[in-house]
Design a protein around this ligand. Structure first.
Ligand SMILES: Cc1ncc(COP(=O)(O)O)c(C=O)c1O
Length: 386
């Protein structure tokens, strides 16, 4: 009997009535773009993420691009980020004409290594060709990066800090959400994400009203926003007064309405994910090279449960025969992908990233993974080891 890698249907069965009603209310209202549910969801999301403000947008990739655009990051600027991440993290950097600088990760958490970050910044400064401007830390597989250490480096070097929390929205460190340290925290509502919608969506959280206004302008074709209108009158829709070159990156009202319902059960789902992660950690003791280590004081939202195994591909093939789906995040690090291979790498290269790409294997993970199915996965892994 096969099982799901991420069982979105189980969640849908639970809240289908509320979702149907939420979608129907948008259909009835006719406000398909920027309807009232968008603002309502932004307000609720900000509260959940301990932020003053949230700005929704079309996807988690644009969510990283919007602050870069608003800060005027461009040619000659260096943006430091991990290579062990989804393409979206580095992809937005060349969009604005800046240069991603790839930094290695920590052995146990897969997240940005603060010491390697410091060395990479020093290397770029010594080289003198690029100006260090921004760090993008990724909350990979759901757990917070080492924000206190990364933030201290950013403060010392005068760098902006983005938390790419597409996989980690809802994670905390010492009870604080990543925005406690970062200038912005971004997320994705791709359906498989811990907080996902039924299509594409994303958001940026910030405590900075001026930045929110600017990003609001960029997400709607550079429309005039309040600060642009100081000292002048414009009697038409401000969408037709374009004060900068922007883009179209709005969250659909239907997706916002769906997300309001999903957000209402999100904390409970995060708690359920802890139970599943704990069962894996106990059941797989001694059976794999490593089960995931979580940073001290951190709570992961477990977007993925990623183990390491010396014969990763053999184990994946075996699990497939047992009806257990798995996935490899990420088989090819970004710094060796063809379009990114010429971008700079931190001092000493990325040996940890390259080694992890050979051993990582993500197991089925979602809040509704039952004990019997999970035991089957654990038994199958143990049986493969013999
Ligand atoms: C780490 C990370 N950053 C950014 C994104 C981009 O999100 P989206 O697919 O919504 O553009 C994703 C997910 O897809 C991701 O995993």
């Amino acid at each position: 009997m096969s099982m799901s890698f991420i069982d979105l249907a189980a969640q849908q069965r639970r809240i289908r009535g509320q979702i149907d009603a939420a979608i129907a209310s948008v259909l009835d209202s006719g406000a398909y773009v920027m309807g009232p549910q968008v603002r309502e969801f932004e307000a609720r999301l900000a509260v959940f993420g301990q932020a003053k403000l949230a700005l929704s947008c079309a996807n988690g990739t644009d969510a990283i691009a919007l602050p870069l655009m608003a800060w005027g990051i461009g040619p000659g600027d260096a943006v430091f980020c991990p290579s062990f991440t989804f393409a979206a993290t580095p992809e937005v950097v060349p969009w604005v004409g800046a240069t991603p600088v790839f930094v290695d990760i920590l052995e146990d958490t897969f997240n940005l290594d603060p010491a390697k970050l410091e060395a990479a910044i020093a290397g770029v400064k010594a080289d003198g060709k690029l100006a260090p401007k921004v760090v993008i830390a990724v909350d990979l597989f759901g757990q917070p990066a080492d924000y206190p250490a990364i933030k201290a480096i950013c403060d010392r070097e005068g760098l902006k800090l983005i938390s790419d929390s597409a996989q980690g929205f809802g994670c905390t460190l010492e009870g604080q959400h990543p925005l406690h340290w970062a200038d912005v925290a971004t997320t994705s509502f791709f359906p498989a994400k811990p907080l996902g919608c039924y299509g594409d969506g994303g958001a940026v959280l910030t405590n900075d009203q001026d930045l929110w206004d600017l990003m609001d302008s960029f997400r709607v074709h550079g429309k005039a926003v309040a600060p642009d209108l100081v000292g002048r009158t414009f009697d038409h829709d401000t969408k037709y007064l374009n004060t900068r070159i922007g883009m179209n990156s709005r969250l659909d009202t239907i997706q916002a309405a769906i997300l309001i319902e999903k957000l209402s059960i999100f904390q409970e789902e995060i708690d359920l994910r802890q139970v599943v992660a704990h069962r894996y950690a106990e059941g797989l003791k001694g059976a794999v090279l490593a089960t995931p280590g979580v940073i001290a004081g951190g709570v992961s939202v477990w977007a993925q449960y990623v183990i390491e195994h010396g014969n990763r591909d053999g184990l994946a093939a075996h699990l497939k025969t047992q009806g257990v789906p798995t996935a490899v995040y990420y088989p090819v690090p970004m710094h060796v992908q063809a379009p990114y291979a010429a971008f700079p790498r931190g001092v000493g290269g990325l040996p940890v990233t390259e080694a992890k790409a050979e051993t990582v294997l993500a197991l089925p993970m979602h809040p509704y993974l039952g004990e019997a199915d999970q035991q089957r996965i654990i038994d199958a892994i143990r049986a493969f080891n013999g």
